[in-house]
Design a protein around this ligand. Structure first.
Ligand SMILES: CSC[C@@H](O)[C@@H](O)C(=O)COP(=O)(O)O
Length: 350
């Protein structure tokens, strides 16, 4: 499989520290930041040093290890109580990507059963590493399952960044695209720049070029005329949270692409691990949408582009109704025409 991730691994645990590739500076600078304190990792997630739902979940799992070490050093046998505050801050760092609370729940389920009388660090590091490895394996499986749905010589459009930078492995949407390219299913990828944070221009275009996959970057507003020209066969995106009925929260602009795709008879694929499915949330209407600072819209690369004092709306995500989606690809299988009923086949795997 042609991989865009041979050189890209945004999250590393080394020398008892968490190392994150600062995604705010890509593609022009590659700077690694080191973390020893859980509260600093919470700030890193909030400030988008690391972003993308699965990557946020993996980072959070390692942050729980740091929180446990600090709790043990500070409170000794009372370390479990001392975990509450740092984990509450971690859980609040970004609200929409469910992988964050999923990872904290997985780690909590481990630590509640650990003895109080010795350091929890080793056991929790094993659990965090397992979450990381699981995501790498899920990416590989999803890549194959998604690529199998695509006809040879297809052209695809992707939005935001759902690649190696957003996950532990080759990526979700970009995992399918990499696999599809090496299988001869995909011959060209169009990438939305993804205003306002420009994940597409800064991250996805960079990853695809490293994988030597033929790529065209375009302004988000180009999608309609591109589809009308007949050049796009699939839109392939990731997800931040999938409700039990198959509604999908993903980067703002995903919903408009799904509406456009329906109108132009272009197929629409969502690729996400099981950790992105929130079975407690019945429909997309209940998903909390993060609103981010105005400055992301009024400025580009620290350059002001809007008048002082203008009112700004900056929702980071939108919800695509299940009825606009042709396939949800997970590591446990593909759900075609997602709905409450068809999604049920995945539930037994969670
Ligand atoms: C595999 S990542 C899927 C999503 O997390 C991705 O498409 C996305 O919307 C990321 O948003 P971001 O705000 O950059 O964290």
């Amino acid at each position: 499989m042609q991989s865009t991730s041979d050189m890209i691994q945004p999250i590393k645990w080394q020398d008892q520290q968490l190392h994150l590739l600062d995604q705010r500076l890509l593609p022009t600078q590659q700077l690694w930041l080191n973390y020893e304190h859980a509260s600093e990792v919470s700030n890193a997630i909030r400030d988008m040093v690391v972003r993308g739902a699965p990557a946020i979940g993996i980072t959070a799992a390692y942050a729980v290890v740091l929180a446990a070490r600090e709790a043990w050093n500070k409170a000794g046998v009372n370390w479990k109580q001392a975990m509450y505050e740092p984990l509450a801050k971690l859980a609040a760092s970004r609200p929409t990507a469910v992988n964050l609370s999923w990872a904290i729940e997985q780690m909590t389920a481990i630590y509640v059963n650990l003895p109080e009388t010795y350091s929890p660090e080793k056991a929790l590091l094993e659990a965090a590493t397992h979450i990381h490895q699981q995501d790498i394996a899920a990416n590989q499986t999803m890549g194959k399952l998604g690529a199998d749905l695509i006809d040879p010589d297809s052209m695809v459009l992707t939005h935001c960044n759902a690649g190696a930078l957003a996950t532990g492995g080759v990526g979700t949407a970009l995992g399918v695209i990499s696999q599809g390219y090496s299988d001869g299913k995909i011959k060209h990828v169009y990438v939305d720049e993804t205003r306002p944070w420009l994940q597409g221009a800064r991250l996805t275009a960079w990853e695809l070029l490293q994988g030597k996959i033929p790529t065209t970057l375009q302004a988000d507003v180009t999608a309609a005329s591109l589809m009308a020209s007949g050049k796009i066969h699939w839109v392939i995106v990731g997800a931040d949270r999938i409700a039990a009925n198959g509604d999908v929260a993903n980067k703002i602009g995903t919903y408009s692409l799904a509406v456009l795709a329906k109108y132009h008879q272009v197929k629409f694929m969502v690729v996400a691990p099981l950790s992105t499915i929130d079975w407690q949330t019945e429909t997309g209407k209940q998903i909390e949408i993060e609103h981010r600072p105005s400055r992301e819209v009024t400025h580009i690369a620290n350059q002001q582009i809007a008048p002082d004092g203008v009112k700004v709306s900056n929702p980071a995500f939108d919800v695509t109704p299940a009825e606009l989606i042709n396939a949800i690809v997970t590591e446990a299988g593909v759900v075609l025409s997602p709905s409450v009923t068809t999604m049920k086949k995945l539930h037994k795997h969670n």
